[in-house]
Design a protein around this ligand. Structure first.
Ligand SMILES: [Zn+2]
Length: 446
C-alpha cells in the first residue's frame, strides 16, 4: 500500500496546523528545560544526560498530562524508549510516529531533541483542542541516549528499536562511574511503570522493539547556520549526508635539525604537511561546497623543536551526500600518501536518504501553510537515521541562531519553532487521517 494512498483531508490538516499554540509550545519547552537547568550565573544551559535522575523526572513530567487524558496511553520498551500514544479510530493500524530525544550533552542547550518531542506533544494538544480523532494512532517517541555522551555510542534507543539484535551489545556499556546501561535501563523502566501504577495511567502493554510503524517524521533544530542565513522558517530534510573517517600515518626518520642536509632528510612532518595541503586544496578548489573535509587531529613524534619528525598521525573527516565524492577523497588520499604511509578507515557511514514521498509531503505542508522553506541535508546524525532503514522517514528543521548547538547559547526564535511545529502538525494530520470529529476534549490546564 502506498504511504499517501489514504491521507487525510488537506483542509482539516490546515486547521490542525493553525491550532498549534505558540505560548503553549513555549511553556512546555521552558518547563522541560527546567529539568537539569544549570544556574544562569554559570552561563546557563541544560545538563540532562541519558537516563539521569533529571531525564527520568523530565519524562514523567512530559507524559503525565496525557496519561490522565482520555484516548491516550503511555508505554516504555526494553531499550527504555518512552511512547505517548494517541489512539486512532482503528487502533489495530500501525501508528504514525514522531518524536526525538530529551537527553543532552553533559552541558547542552534547551532545544536539541527537546524541540521534536515538545512539537509532537503540541500536535496532540492541537488535535484535542479541535476534538479530532485520526484514523491511525499517533505515537510521540522519546528515544533513549541519542547523544552518546553518558553511554557510547549514541542513537542507542532508536538503533535498538529498529535492529533489536543490537540491544544486547549495548546492555554492558558502562558510563564514567562504572554503571552499566542495563542497570540504568531497568531503573528507567521501573521508574515510569511505578509512576503509572501509582497514578492509574492508561498503559500500553505491548511495546516490542521493531513493532510496525507506518511512517516517522521528526522535527529538530538545524544545529547549523543555513536556514537563519537565508531567512527561512523550515528545512525539509531529504537526507543525512555520508561520512568517512580516516587515520593517516606518515613515517620518516628522526635526525638532528641542524646537521642533516636536505638530501639526507626523511622528514615525516614535511611529507604529512604536503599531503594535508593537497587534501585541503582539493576541498577548497573542487567547486563543490557540499564537500566537508576536516583535519581535526594532528600528532607528531618525537615532537621536539630541534629534531626531524619520524612519525605524523592525522585524521580526515570527509562528508558528502554522494558516495562518488567521498571515493574521490579516498583516491586522493591513496595517491598523495608517501611511501611507507598507512591509511585506516575508522568509520564509513553511507548517506541515508529519506522517503521521497514524505519529503515532498513536507514541502507541500510548507507551501500550504505559506512557510518559507528549502530542501536541505542534515550534517549531523539523528534518530531519524536508523528509522529511515525501518519505515518511511523524513525530518523537518527549524533554524538555529548563529548555527550554535551542544552549547548553552543554543536558541531559536519561538515563532520559528511554532512554524516548524505547524508543518509537522499538517504532515501528521494527513498521514494519520482521514480525520473525524469526536467529542471535544479540551487539554487540561496542567
Ligand atoms: Zn538531537
Amino acid at each position: 500500500m502506498n504511504l499517501l494512498d489514504e491521507v487525510g483531508d488537506a483542509a482539516v490538516a490546515h486547521k490542525v496546523a493553525h491550532a498549534v499554540d505558540t505560548a503553549r509550545l513555549e511553556a512546555r519547552l521552558r518547563g522541560l528545560a527546567a529539568h537539569g537547568a544549570v544556574a544562569t550565573g554559570t552561563g546557563g544551559g541544560v545538563a540532562r544526560q541519558a537516563l539521569s535522575a533529571h531525564e527520568l523526572a523530565a519524562r514523567r513530567w512530559l507524559v503525565q498530562p496525557f496519561a490522565q487524558r482520555p484516548g491516550y496511553r503511555i508505554g516504555i520498551d526494553t531499550a527504555a524508549n518512552v511512547f505517548v500514544r494517541r489512539d486512532g479510530q482503528e487502533s489495530k493500524l500501525s501508528p504514525v510516529m514522531t518524536g526525538s530525544h530529551i537527553d543532552t550533552q553533559p552541558l547542552g542547550g534547551w532545544l536539541d531533541g527537546a524541540f521534536g518531542v515538545a512539537a509532537g506533544l503540541e500536535v496532540f494538544d492541537a488535535l484535542d483542542r479541535l476534538g479530532l480523532r485520526t484514523r491511525r494512532p499517533i505515537d510521540v517517541a522519546m528515544w533513549t541516549n541519542e547523544e552518546g555522551s553518558r553511554f557510547a555510542p549514541g542513537l542507542m534507543g532508536s538503533v535498538a528499536f529498529t535492529s533489536p539484535q543490537r540491544l544486547d551489545a549495548f546492555l554492558g556499556v558502562r558510563d564514567g562511574e562504572g554503571l552499566c546501561f542495563e542497570a540504568a535501563r531497568d531503573a528507567a523502566v521501573d521508574d515510569l511503570r511505578g509512576e503509572a501504577q501509582r497514578l492509574g495511567w492508561a498503559w500500553m502493554d505491548d511495546t516490542p522493539l521493531a513493532r510496525p510503524v507506518h511512517c516517522y517524521v521528526e522535527a529538530h533544530i538545524e544545529q547549523g547556520p543555513v536556514l537563519e542565513a537565508e531567512g527561512l522558517q523550515v528545512g525539509c530534510v531529504t537526507a543525512i549526508q555520508g561520512v568517512r573517517w580516516f587515520r593517516i600515518t606518515v613515517a620518516g626518520r628522526s635526525a638532528h635539525a641542524g646537521t642533516t642536509p636536505p638530501a639526507s632528510r626523511d622528514d615525516a612532518q614535511a611529507k604529512a604537511v604536503r599531503m594535508a595541503h593537497a587534501l585541503l586544496e582539493h576541498a577548497a578548489l573542487c567547486g563543490d561546497d557540499r564537500l566537508r573535509l576536516t583535519i581535526g587531529r594532528w600528532e607528531c613524534s618525537p615532537g621536539s623543536i630541534n629534531t626531524i619528525a619520524d612519525r605524523v598521525v592525522f585524521t580526515v573527516d570527509a562528508r558528502h551526500p554522494e558516495a562518488a565524492a567521498l571515493d574521490a577523497v579516498r583516491l586522493l588520499i591513496d595517491t598523495a600518501l608517501p611511501a611507507g604511509g598507512q591509511v585506516e578507515v575508522l568509520q564509513d557511514k553511507p548517506t541515508v536518504r529519506f522517503d521521497a514521498a514524505l519529503a515532498s509531503l513536507a514541502r507541500e505542508a510548507c507551501i500550504a501553510l505559506q512557510l518559507s522553506h528549502r530542501e536541505m541535508l542534515s550534517g549531523a546524525f539523528h534518530d531519524a537515521m536508523p528509522l529511515a532503514g525501518f519505515c518511511p522517514t523524513a525530518m523537518l528543521f527549524a533554524p538555529s541562531r548563529a548555527g550554535v548547538s551542544h552549547h548553552p547559547d543554543e536558541d531559536t526564535p519561538i515563532d520559528d519553532l511554532a512554524a516548524c511545529t505547524r508543518a509537522l502538525a499538517w504532515c501528521l494530520a494527513r498521514l494519520a487521517g482521514p480525520l473525524v470529529s469526536s467529542t471535544p476534549n479540551e487539554p487540561s490546564k496542567d
